[in-house]
Design a protein around this ligand. Structure first.
Ligand SMILES: O=C(O)CCC(=O)C(=O)O
Length: 227
């Protein structure tokens, strides 16, 4: 699929951008990247930018990703029963970059333009060049992701994971692997970036539980570097 999502979003932001927006490309209107909030947990390195993307950028990206991404419905086997995964997913990145997890092996076929412009912003904040991204579409409050760590060997010993959220706010829970009573909760809001690095994936697992409050769709992108 080769929709120029970046150009489409620039156009959407420009149309909604007032007098200055009619003349300047959206990329020139973006505010500078502000300092993140540090989330202090033992054995973890977590930083949160609550508004890495403006409201209009987030709305533009949400729409373009909903429409332009080739979403897949994976099947997973739990306790001997094969069922639909409770969300839709997609994998993009440098051509040929392969990610194997939960019994799946995903091969990237390249980038969409919109994903490249999101990657640029996330890379500036994280000071990292990511070569791939896993996307999750949570269609409503019933969609979820179970406890796991992003600790596959292909991510290297101390992976840097940049997690961007667009759309509905969802609760992100963390639990220490050894000390299970040690838990933390972060509300991941529209336009936010949560950066997980250092030994976080060794010591902590995370999940996005179902919500008992009805909510609209959310798209999450976890930028990664496959070695
Ligand atoms: O949706 C989220 O915030 C979490 C995504 C996640 O944990 C993952 O893709 O590994």
């Amino acid at each position: 699929m080769s929709i120029d999502l970046g150009a489409k979003i620039d156009e959407m932001v420009r149309l909604g951008g007032g007098a200055a927006g009619r003349h300047a490309p959206a990329s020139e209107l973006r505010p500078p990247i502000t300092a993140p909030e540090r989330i202090t947990l033992p054995d973890a390195e977590l930083m949160l930018w609550r508004e890495l993307f403006t409201g209009s950028e987030s709305a533009g990206y949400f729409q373009c990703l909903s429409d332009g991404v080739d979403w897949r419905q994976d099947r997973i086997t739990l306790f001997g029963r094969t069922v639909n995964s409770p969300r839709l997913t997609a994998w993009y990145g440098d051509a040929g970059v392969t990610y194997a997890y939960s019994g799946l092996s995903l091969v990237a076929g390249g980038w969409l333009a919109g994903l490249l412009s999101i990657r640029e912003r996330v890379g500036q904040a994280a000071r990292t060049i990511f070569n791939s991204v896993l996307l999750n579409l949570y269609r409503n409050e019933a969609d979820s992701m179970g406890w796991h760590s992003d600790d596959e060997p292909s991510l290297g010993p101390n992976p840097v994971i940049g997690s961007v959220s667009f759309g509905a706010t969802r609760t992100f829970q963390l639990q220490h692997k050894r000390c299970k009573a040690s838990r933390s909760v972060i509300e991941l809001t529209d336009g936010s970036l949560l950066l997980m690095s250092g030994s976080t994936q060794h010591h902590w697992r995370h999940r996005v539980p179902k919500s008992n409050v009805p909510c609209g769709p959310r798209i999450n992108l976890t930028f990664r570097t496959i070695k």
